[in-house]
Design a protein around this ligand. Structure first.
Ligand code: SAM
Length: 253
């Protein structure tokens, strides 16, 4: 049985897609996708030898060596263009994820890839921005809690495959947030918090950003003790951010 996090990712993968899971570790996700009959074939990509061996072992034990190819390499380098319909990347930071996607895109590895299912551990904003810049449109976002941790799962399709009324202009339209902030700032918060999570007034989103608020408050308290002149500036900046979080959360209630 998959973890709730991996199950949420698996559920987003379109049935029938040839999947590539990058940074697959134990290859739990591709093995599940095959066993559940969701994908006809899959590729498990891994940079590191230890996890690659774990993937090979898992695949062999499941009797899926013909259907799942475990390949060692950096990011999307393991893919031939046109080989996968769906790419999944989970359990790493958003900046590494965006870097993997961008390097792969420049090498033509995303040609033919219609769907991305991404679960960044931090830095979700960086991933959302990359998606928009590269012509992908989010179709859903999930925020889930498992073992006391929160995870975000982002599901995106190419612009040409996205329904007509689901566009990046609509998703990141600043006028959606009726708060006292500038347009650019509103857009920033849509990217940071997630356009669907905000629209759906996702319960856990409050918890996540309350937590962030508390963290900033603690840093401010430390800065108050500091004599350094730059501390005042930093503190003012953090207070501004805390106010914005407060504003945006209050419009969700
Ligand atoms: N995707 C699995 C999951 O979500 O449960 C495993 C996540 S694990 C924390 C991250 C994996 O990504 C590690 O096995 C690591 O070796 C691999 N990794 C890190 N950087 C990578 C890269 N540039 N290309 C491919 N794999 C990478």
């Amino acid at each position: 049985k998959l973890s709730k996090r991996l199950q949420t990712i698996a559920d987003r993968v379109t049935a029938g897609a040839r999947a590539a899971d990058i940074g697959s570790d134990h290859a739990l996700l591709p093995v599940y996708l095959l066993q559940a009959g969701k994908c006809p074939s899959a590729i498990a990509g891994e940079l590191n030898t230890g996890p690659l061996q774990a993937a090979r072992k898992q695949i062999a034990e499941a009797g899926l060596t013909k259907a799942i190819a475990a390949r060692q390499g950096n990011g999307l380098a393991v893919l031939e263009p046109g080989e996968a319909d769906t790419v999944t990347i989970a359990g790493m930071g958003g900046s590494l994820m965006a870097e993997i996607l961008e390097t792969g895109r420049q090498a033509g590895k995303l040609e033919g890839v219609r769907e991305l299912v991404l679960q960044p551990n931090v830095g979700e904003e960086i991933v959302r921005r990359w998606l928009t810049e590269q012509g992908y449109v989010l179709q859903s976002e999930s925020l889930l809690e498992e073992d006391g941790k929160l995870y975000e799962v982002l599901h995106a399709l190419r612009e040409s495959d996205s329904p007509d009324d689901v566009t990046n202009e609509w998703l990141y339209d600043p006028s959606f947030l009726s708060v006292q902030l500038g347009e650019a700032e509103k857009r920033d918060w849509l990217y940071r918090m997630g356009p669907y999570l905000l629209r759906e007034r996702e319960e856990l989103l409050h918890g996540k950003w309350r937590h962030e608020y508390a963290k900033l408050a603690r840093i401010c308290a430390q800065l108050e003790q500091s004599e350094l002149p730059e501390s005042r500036e930093k503190e003012a900046q953090l207070r501004k951010e805390m106010n914005a979080i407060e504003e945006v959360l209050s419009c969700l209630r």
